[in-house]
Write a protein that binds this ligand. Structure first.
Ligand code: NAG
Ligand code: NAG
Ligand code: NAG
Length: 632
């Protein structure tokens, strides 16, 4: 894997100038398609003055007001041309909100609810172990915590606001994989795990009795107590014959395991059962939460569903799919209005009807077909109480497929999220294209509403710029660290201010003082500027004292945080003193006082300088120690 990456790196060395990521500078016009596609490598990005973070630049060939709600975008840009992998939040305008650079690779940034609180979770670790990862999940809280006493357990360090509250690791000596961590309302976390595992299967390949596989396990862990609640192992329920991935020369020895299943998503439903997606068996499997037994399988060689889809596109031919999720029919009140009339609830007369969504069919090295990647919305019907042999007891029907107009194939990763509507209309559908640095929002009917590209078209399919998933959610971030400032000069003196992670800042108030250590009441207000993007530039023409700082204000004008003070230099300080002298000098008495003060200062200064010279001379001559010894 690493070797391959190196090889690709070497091969692409000759044209590295075109593909390398480049800074677009402070005044890039994001509507300049030509420049975006050709002038800044495959990952055009922006740098800042007040922060050393970098922000992806978005090109948006389609943009509709419908996508602009109060939600934020959660992604994890990485790839051969991304300068450093980072978990990233952007706002609806494509402006950076939070970026956290990780040590290793970062995947799977999500907003989840833990113990009634909105938290961020993401994975950090080594993803170079064969298409999956070995690492840990981190949980970070952002909003102000009202009652956190329940988090004060030994394993959860109590911390507020963008600080780690839990590190969630796999148990039994295993490592958490990057594909999934689902936090449940019961305070458990369910994660994917890959383990090298011997499977006794004489004659399966060559003359060996044992096939070494990357087996897939999921563990459900109580986050507060770190106890294992449930564990499930793929090879105990699916057979090796179900895979579509050829064994090649793998599987004979333990250090060359065969990646036969490749679990990539898990959801637990309100009945306590699990929905699991696996790439190489092309299966979405519904699993009994008590026994681990398979209830049904959608797709793959053991598919239980009779495909009722009309037309060429089918429901049960999913392949290499990701991010399988259940939905109630009522989530699509308009699209499924007729269905809902007959099936207003999930179960009617012992028959369950649900929707399953998934990001479907990226190619793979050995893939042959070239159907474009798509999001699928599938309606399934199955007997609520378990196995039935009745005809059409299990049916599946493709309700909608969502295909990007560029019809590209994302050969790995990807996500499909249903964005709930709060006004009775159908939800929107968000596809993150994984291996291709694009995310797109569709209407429920399949029309593209907004297309967001953080990589150039020429880099699609190269792995230069990727994000495992791209998700959208409301979020409130109130960092514990202060906002930061830096000075600069773009023709006129200015300072820039930003606050990594803060979502509630509406404006910035510039203040000034003669001393950096002034108590708060001695800082004078200079001006207020509305926040504009990640970094806002403040004009300081009106500032005339030596030190400035910036106060972050929320929509009500309440203070959220203050930067450190910035020294504009002694020149500004002297100017400011002279300004004041000029004003006061109009009064003869004050003029006399000031003159005396200046004279006194001069005398003290001169005396100090003389003393200093004496001391230095003494040291040079070696007299100083005598003075010290005289006390003995
Ligand atoms: C609901 O809100 C969306 C925008 O988010 C808008 O396009 C749609 O027309 C609204 N529908 C109704 C029924 O108000
Ligand atoms: C579907 O609706 C039921 C209530 O009828 C609810 O308990 C369940 O969580 C919903 N499922 C999903 C996937 O939203
Ligand atoms: C590119 C790719 O993975 N194509 C597959 C998509 O799914 C169809 C149906 O299962 C396969 O035939 C293709 O090979």
């Amino acid at each position: 894997m690493v070797g391959l990456a190196l090889l690709i790196g070497l091969l692409s060395f000759s044209h590295i100038d075109q593909t390398a990521a480049k800074d677009v500078g402070a005044y890039f016009d994001t509507k300049n398609t030509q420049a975006f596609e050709h002038d800044f490598g495959s990952f055009p990005y922006k740098t800042f003055r007040s922060s050393d973070l970098i922000s992806p630049i978005l090109r948006r060939p389609n943009d509709s007001p419908q996508c602009h709600d109060d939600s934020y975008i959660f992604l994890t840009p990485r790839g051969y041309q991304v300068p450093h992998p980072a978990v990233t939040i952007m706002d609806g305008d494509g402006e950076l909100v939070w970026e956290h650079c990780v040590d290793g690779q970062g995947y799977n940034l999500k907003v989840q609810e833990y113990m009634g609180q909105q938290v961020l979770t993401f994975w950090v670790g080594n993803d170079g172990v064969g298409g999956h990862g070995e690492g840990d999940y981190y949980m970070v809280r952002c909003a102000t915590c009202l009652d956190c006493s329940h988090l004060l357990t030994t394993r959860l360090q109590y911390n507020s606001r963008y600080e780690e509250i839990a590190k969630i690791s796999a148990l039994n000596g295993l490592h958490a994989d990057l594909h999934e961590l689902t936090v449940t309302p019961q305070g458990t976390g369910i994660m994917t795990i890959y383990e090298i595992y011997p499977i006794t299967s004489p004659g399966f390949v060559d003359d060996t009795d044992v096939v070494w596989v990357w087996d897939c396990v999921f563990q459900e862990i109580d986050i507060a107590t770190n106890e294992l609640v449930f564990q499930w192992r793929a090879s105990e329920h699916h057979s090796l014959e179900e895979t579509y991935r050829k064994i090649g020369d793998e599987g004979r020895v333990s250090n060359r395991p065969w990646d036969w299943y490749h679990m990539n998503s898990i959801q637990k439903d309100e009945l306590g059962n699990y929905l699991v997606s696996a790439r190489y068996t092309h299966t979405i499997t519904y699993i009994d939460g008590r026994t681990g037994a398979i209830i049904w399988i959608l797709g793959g060689k053991r598919n239980d569903f009779n495909d009722l889809s009309e037309g060429k596109s089918k429901a049960t031919n999913i392949a290499y799919q990701h991010f399988a999720r259940f939905h109630n029919l009522t989530e699509f009140p308009v699209l499924l209005a007729d269905e809902i009339k007959y099936q207003p609830t999930k179960d009617v007369d012992g028959v369950t009807k649900m929707l399953v969504s998934a990001f479907d069919n990226g190619t793979d090295n050995e893939g042959t077909g070239h159907r474009p990647s798509r999001g699928v919305l599938i309606e399934i019907k199955y007997p609520t109480k378990g196995p039935s042999t009745a005809k059409d007891a299990y049916t599946a029907k493709l309700i909608r497929e969502y295909i990007h107009p560029a019809q590209f194939i994302s050969s790995s990763q990807g996500s499909m999220q249903i964005l709930p509507s709060d006004n009775g209309s159908d939800p929107r559908v968000l596809l993150g294209y994984g291996y291709v640095g694009v995310w797109t929002e569709f209407s429920a009917d399949g029309d593209v509403l907004c297309d967001n590209r953080f990589s150039t078209m020429s880099s699609w399919g190269t792995g230069d710029v990727q994000s495992y998933r791209v998700l959208k959610a409301p979020w409130k971030g109130k960092p514990v660290w202060p906002p930061t400032i830096a000075s600069g000069d773009n023709g006129h003196p200015s300072i820039s201010v930003s606050w990594n992670g803060a979502t509630e800042v509406k404006s910035w108030k510039l203040q000034q003082a003669d001393e950096s250590t002034c108590p708060d009441e001695e800082w004078e207000d200079v001006s207020v500027t509305n926040k504009k993007g990640f970094e806002t530039e403040l004009d300081i023409t009106d500032a005339d004292m030596r030190f400035v700082r910036v106060v972050a204000l929320d929509a009500n004008g309440e203070m959220l945080g203050i930067t450190d003070s910035l020294d504009l230099g002694w020149e500004m300080g002297v100017n400011s003193v002279f300004e004041r002298l000029k004003v006061r000098a109009s009064d003869p008495a004050q003029l006399a006082m000031v003159s005396v003060a200046v004279l006194a200062l001069f005398v003290i200064g001169y005396e100090g300088f003389r003393q200093f010279r004496c001391w230095k001379e003494m040291r040079r001559l070696g007299y100083a120690p005598v003075h010290r010894h005289s006390h003995v």
